[in-house]
Design a protein around this ligand. Sequence first.
Ligand code: TRP
Length: 446
Amino acid sequence: MHCSKANEIMEREKFSSKFGALMVIIGSAVGLGNIWRFPYMVGANGGAAFILLYILFAVIICLPVMLAEISIGRKSRTNAFGGMYRLSGEKKFWKGASLLYLVTPCLITFFYCVIGGMTIEFFFRSFGLNIPSGPWWTLLWTLLFLGCNAMIIMGGVKDGIERSSKIMMPMLFVIIVLMALRSITLPSSAEATTGALDGVKFLFRPDFSKITAQTAIAALGQAFFSLSLGSGVLMTYGSYVERHYNVRTISWQIVLSDMGFAIIAGIAVIPAVFALKADPAAVLSDNMDSALVFEILPEVFPMMPLGGVLQPLFFFALFLAALTSSISQFEVPVAAVMNDGKVSRKKASLILLAVFTVGCTICSLVPKTISIFDAIASNWLLPIGGVLAVIFIGWFYSKEEFRSELSSGDLYPTGNRLFGFVLLLIKYIAPLGVLAIFLSKIFLTR
Ligand code: TRP
């Protein structure tokens, strides 16, 4: 038993370099959450005040959760379903609780792939092709997107996930920056009474009266979703990270890059709406149903100079962003089935492909399920999954082991002095913060 475990630990697939690991993990974090979800969430929840809440939660709640999740993965060197179980000395409770890390990534994948499919559809549409639409077409695009995922996942950690992310992420970055530059320099259209700069103000000038319990839970959900927390992704990916790569360093790099991408994506979308639409406030607050990127932008692009080039480029970037994120959700249950079910990567991938096909079909044919699954998963299951990880590390795991995990590969031992503070965040602030937001949502809203 012990011996086979040792073998498993030795043979576990790994990322080949720090750069590769970083691209994969940022690839998971930066996705539709930044480019599709963030701009409309900001638009619907009052702009800058929402962004500030999001940043606050990212730092005091999400960062501790991230440290806990990556440490659990790397220390246990197993998948999300088995990580806490192994570290707890095989206590059944933690295995039961970890079932959440099988359910949540599946639920997210079901709707995420539908939006992922739309990125392919809109890419082709942006060449002016006359593509029919309807539920069955949506299903077709969704399954195409799901197929791209399966191909990468079957390629394995190094040759599939890492290699593709190293190409896709830098491309995505360049395209999004170009889009943002275009958006803030747009001249106002004839119908618009506002300009691009008003959009920038909307993004950066907070109006605190807009903060409600609803906004707070939306900001928390957005932070968890965007950082891929609470669903086992960072445990699974953490288990592929080498020990010489410091966990604190990775975590900061991810949080800052993810915020950077979200804000640049906000700049790419929102000022354009302000420069080109007659009533931007109405456009933004009406788009709770996420139509911003797929309904408004295709109207906006033809109005802008160079729009014909930027539109396909934008949807291609969105496709890349979606793909590097969806593979991370795909990988979580695949790794679990592979390790715990003792089957090959190929077989595990095919089993999950079958499960996802069913779920994605439902989401494609019954579009209402998209926002329902999204709300259940993002606003409730992700924060619960994240709290589970911090509670495990804070209350049920050895402080010394955790400290050594955090300082492994540490170039600046000063970080160790912060350990007491990190522990405070992990034990109290993160779980109580999430609890407070849940309670305020339950009691303060109708
Ligand atoms: N973070 C990704 C995004 O912003 C989505 C994502 C990937 C995700 N893996 C996840 C969300 C796990 C929640 C949980 O688009």
